[in-house]
Design a protein around this ligand. Structure first.
Ligand code: NZQ
Ligand code: ZN
Length: 385
């Protein structure tokens, strides 16, 4: 296991009645900006519940944040906070809203053009407004990490930054808030969390037994509970297990002291930027192809994955690995997500512009070993058609 530091200051409040605790979590004299997305938080009553619990506190609202939040829209929220002298952000929603909250929190006190925050991976941030979250979509893990992914429609880019000051101070995880999710979003959440685990687990062994077994536990839980979440949308126990899995998948724990990949995510962001595919859909398409093409570098961990996660012990090593990759793809399909680019009307001609965008950003040495270069990325897109 490599040396590591594990730091995570986010306080989790988990359970049916966790929302009520907002009253003790948000300072009494806070001037709060409630941040939310299109319609869901209003329609399913979450926003009203939050407002009720916050009682007499000064609350302003900024709604309408779109999935894959856009930089230009977020600047309006930055302006609102500065004008109204607000000092606390409460993000109510999924990864897009929480990421938006992190960016806004860092941008309000930032001197200079806030896009620099994304260009410099947050290196020049020195402070951020306090942020709390109420999670409505288990998927990204943003509720317990210090990373945010922001798109820029003008530049055609999707970039991320991280900084310790944007860890949420607290996150309220009330699984019943996810009952109203449409099926595709439930599936997206399960698949995104699954791939967060594989990006940190399917690399090469460093004898990190706790991280490996924790990762395998998360994968097994998602495989077991994912289909139930589609079949029984109001099963609290199922949603609770999925929500906790998604949070644990990307809060730094399973990634501590182990090599990490993230090439599937980087290539996936390009598909979202250019073709508008949901984040998790891009991962479901690319991961099987990535694993097939990286079988040699990932041999030992793929074999472990085949045995411990998919219980495959018959046949040659090569056969077991192939079967595990195919089971992974079929799992995504069983969640209702199609796993080929052609299923979304994307053909061969789309590949060159995707590669150009990767090159423009210097994303030419991806993966745990830096070996996912442009040629390998081309092969992954090609094999995903
Ligand atoms: O806009 P509304 O009407 O609220 O609808 C949303 C949205 O359309 C809906 N939704 C959320 N909760 C709901 C609900 N609908 C009904 N009932 C509820 N309870 O779901 C739709 C998608 O929401 P979004 O927040 O975009 O989804 P997700 O959580 O998948 O977030 C995706 C974003 O997170 C980034 C992705 O790149 C993408 O921009 N990621 C962030 C990461 C991080 N910060 O660590 C890591 C991830 O790998 C990922 O890149
Ligand atoms: Zn993801």
């Amino acid at each position: 296991m490599y040396d590591f530091e594990f730091y995570n200051p986010t306080r989790l409040l988990f359970g049916r009645s966790s929302l009520e605790q907002l009253d003790t979590l948000v300072p009494n004299d806070a001037r709060v900006l409630l941040l939310y997305g299109g319609q869901s938080a209003k329609r399913n009553g979450t926003l009203a519940q939050v407002s009720q619990v916050l009682g007499k506190r000064i609350c302003a609202e900024f709604g309408g944040i779109s999935p894959n939040p856009d930089y230009h829209q977020l600047l309006q929220a930055v302006e609102q906070i500065r004008q109204q002298k607000l000092d606390f952000i409460l993000a109510i929603g999924g990864g897009s809203i929480i990421d938006a909250g992190k960016f806004i929190a860092a941008a309000v006190p930032y001197q200079g053009e806030p896009w620099e925050i994304l260009e410099t991976d947050g290196r020049h941030i020195d402070q951020a407004l306090p942020l709390g979250t109420v999670l409505t979509l288990p998927a990204t893990g943003s509720e317990m990490n210090n990373c945010a992914v922001i798109s820029n429609s003008t530049l055609g880019l999707k970039r991320s930054f991280r900084h310790p000051s944007v860890f949420p101070r607290f996150s309220v995880l009330a699984p019943q808030l996810s009952f109203s999710l449409p099926q595709p979003q439930v599936a997206n959440g399960v698949v995104d969390a699954f791939v967060h685990v594989t990006e940190q687990y399917l690399t090469y062994p460093v004898d990190a037994k706790v991280q490996d077994r924790f990762a395998e536990g998360l994968l097994l839980t998602l495989i077991e509970e994912g289909p139930k979440a589609l079949a029984e949308p109001e099963n609290y126990r199922v949603r609770a297990n999925i929500m906790f899995s998604a949070t644990m998948a990307l809060n730094g724990l399973i990634g501590a002291g182990v090599p990490q990949d993230w090439s599937t995510h980087k290539l996936g962001h390009e598909l979202t930027v250019r073709h508008g595919l949901d984040h998790a859909v891009t991962l479901a398409i690319l991961l099987p192809a990535m694993l097939r093409l990286r079988k040699t570098a990932k041999h030992a961990k793929l074999l472990q994955y085949a045995e411990r996660v998919w219980q495959l012990s018959d046949g040659s090593e090569e056969q077991r690995i192939d079967a595990a990759i195919e089971q992974t793809r079929l799992f995504f399909e069983s969640m209702g997500i199609k796993t080929h680019l052609s299923d979304y009307g994307i053909g061969h001609e789309a590949i060159a512009p995707l590669l150009e965008n990767l090159e423009r950003q210097g994303l030419t040495q991806l993966g745990e070993d830096g070996r996912v270069d442009l040629e390998l990325s081309r092969q992954v897109f090609q094999a995903s058609l």
